[in-house]
Design a binder for this molecule. Sequence first.
Ligand SMILES: Cc1ncc(C[n+]2csc(CCOP(=O)(O)OP(=O)(O)O)c2C)c(N)n1
Ligand SMILES: CC(=O)[C@@H](O)[C@H](O)COP(=O)(O)O
Ligand SMILES: [Mg+2]
Length: 660
Amino acid sequence: MGVLERVREPRHLNGLSAEELDALAAEIRDVIVTTVSRTSGHLGPNLGVVELTLAVHRVFRSPRDPILFDVGHQSYVHKLLTGRYDGFDSIRSKGGISGYPSQDESPHDWIENSHASAALSHADGMAKAFAVRGERDRTVVAVVGDGALTGGMAWEALNNIAGGPQTGPDRRPLVIVVNDNGRSYSPTVGGLATHLAGLRTDPRYEQALDLVKRTLNRTPLVGPTTYEALHGLKKGLKDLLAPQGMFEDLGLKYIGPVDGHDRSAIEHALAQAKGFGGPVIVHCLTQKGYGYEAAVQDQVDHMHSPAAFDPVTGEPTAAPKRTLTHAFSDALVDAGRRRQDVVAITAAMLGPTGMEPFADEFPDRCFDVGIAEQHAAASAAGMAMTGLHPVVAIYSTFLNRAFDQVLMDCALHRAGVTFVLDRAGITGPDGPSHHGMWDTSILQVVPGLRMAAPRDADQLSEQFDEALEVHDAPTVIRFPGKEPADAAVKSIERIGGCDILARPGPDAAAAGDVLLVAVGAMAAAGVDAAERLQAQGVGVTVVDPRWIKPLDAALVDLARTHRLVVSAEDASRTGGVGSVLAQLLRDCGVDVPVHTFGIPARFIEHGKRAEILAELGLTGQGLAREVSGLVAALDSESGSGSEQADKPEPSAEHQHQKTV
Ligand SMILES: Cc1ncc(C[n+]2csc(CCOP(=O)(O)OP(=O)(O)O)c2C)c(N)n1
Ligand SMILES: CC(=O)[C@@H](O)[C@H](O)COP(=O)(O)O
Ligand SMILES: [Mg+2]
C-alpha cells in the first residue's frame, strides 16, 4: 500500500517521516498526471502546489482552520489529502467530484472560488468573524496565485486586511500564501508581477545572511547577541537587494520568498506565520507543472488545463480540431489587417480566447490587463472614446464581474467596444461557475447595447464584422468556443436581419403550426427538431434571429402567421431571449402562445456539454418532444383534426411561459 492510501484526512500527515512525505509527494504527482491525462483538467497548477499543500495541511488544522484556494483549480492535492483519493479518477465527470472545491463534497472545502481574486475577501470576512466570536485559536489560510493577485478584488481585500490591527490582542490570524509561479496561463503581467519577480531575492543576500549567521553563532557569548542586533539590519539589507516595499508598505508582515517545493522550508515559514497570530504574507516560489517534464517544458502555459494526453510523452491523445474560437481568432486577425483602429484586450487569457495570432502579428495593438475584467471593460471605453475600436475577449461567465463597467463605462458613454464572449452557454466540466449562462439575461437591460449569437463559424465572422461597424454602442458576440467550426447550418432565406433555416414540408398538416426561434448554438437542434416534428405532420419554421438584442421586427411578422412560437437558447431562460421575444410580441399585440426553452435558473453541476444539454432537453430530440406535446395541447383545446394521441405532455423541467 502506498502512503497516499493511508492518508484519509490531514491529521494522518503528521505521523509521517520526511522520507514518507517525499514518497507521498511523488505518489500525488503520479495520481494527478495519470488521472488528468484521461479526464483532462488542471495539470500544471496542481503539480506546482504539491509540497505547498502538504505543508499547509501539516501546519494548520483543516477544516477548523479554513484553507481557501484562489483560483480554485489548484485544489486537487487538497482533495487527495482530505479523503477524496478514492473516486479521484471521477474528477470533472458527471456525478464525479468537482475540479474545484465544493461544499457539497467536503467540510474541508470552504469556497468554490473559480472566479479569481475573491479568496482574500472571504478570508478577511472569516478572520473578522473569528475575532468577533472570540475564536482566537482559528487561522484562515488563503493560497492565492500570482495571477489571482492581479485582480482588483484582491487589492480591495488587502486594503482591508492591512487596515485591521496588525499587532496586539485584536489582530486577526490570517495567512496569505502567495503561490508565485510567475504565470497565469502565460507569464503574469503588470507592475505587481514585476514587483513579485523583484522579491525573488538576489541569491547573494541569502548567502551573505547565512554566512553571518553561521559565523556569529560559532562565536561564544557575543556572537548570538550580535546576530540578533544584526537581525535589525536584515530588513535594510533585504530592501537594498530585494525591494519588497509593496506588502510591507501596506503594513503587512512578509515572510519569504520561500522555495515552494521545499516542504520543510514552507512548514517553517508557515509555523512562523501562524505564531505571529495576525495577517502575514508567506511568499512561495513555485513552478507550474513541477515534477512532470512535459509540463515544465511546455512554454505556452505549462499544461495549465490540457485536454486528454499521453502521460509518457505529454502529447494530446485526440487530434486538435478547428473550433469557433479559431474562427474568431482568424476574423480578428483579418480585421486587424484591414483596420488600424482595431485593438485587442485580454484578461490574462490570450491563448484560450484565441487572441494569440493577433498579438503575434500586432504586438503593439494587443493588451493583456491581467485577471482584471472590470479594468478591461473600462479601459476599452477609454480607447473607444479616443479613436480606437477595442475588441475585448472574455469568457462569458467572467463578464459577470464587469457588468457595471459594460453598463456605465461603455453603454452610458455610447462607447464602440466589441465584447467577444467565448464559452457562452453550457461549458461542461468546469461546473456551475463556468457555464456561460448569464450574459444574455444581464445584458438585456443595458440600454443601446447590441448583442449577436452566431450559429456557426461563418455567421461568427459575419456578425463580428457587423459589430466592428457599430461605433456608438457596445456590441457583444457570444458563442460556445469549443464547438467544432465545421458544423455549418445553412440559411434558406434572410428576412430582415433573421435567417430562415427550415420551413414546413409540403405534407405538413398545417404550414403555420410552429415558429421555432433557435438562438445561436441552438440552430442545429432547432433544424433537427423541425425534421422530427415534420415526420409527425407538424409544420415548423425555424428562424435564427442572429442579432438577439435588439430583436428584429421580422420576428413579429413571422409570429403573426403561426399558431405557436417556441424559443430555444443555450443561455438562462430567465430574462433570456425567449422572454424578451414574448414581451415584444405582447407589446406588438400579437396574441400567440410563446413557450421558451433554455437553461433553468439554478447552478448546473459539471459534466460533458452534450450530456448536460440533453438533460436540459436542449437538443433536437428534446425540443421535438416538448413542441409535439404543446401542439397536441393546442389541437385538443381547439378540437382541430391534427391531434396525435401519442404526443407526450411537456415535461416539468420545461416550465414554459405563455403570453397572457
Ligand atoms: C475572474 C476570472 N477571470 C479569468 C479566469 C480564468 N483563469 C483561470 S485560472 C487563470 C490563471 C490563474 O493564475 P494564478 O492565480 O497565478 O494560478 P496558477 O494557474 O498560476 O496556479 C485564469 C486567468 C478566472 N478563473 N477568473
Ligand atoms: C480555472 C479556469 O477558469 C480556466 O482554467 C478554465 O478551466 C478554462 O476552461 P477551458 O478549458 O474552457 O479554457
Ligand atoms: Mg500563477
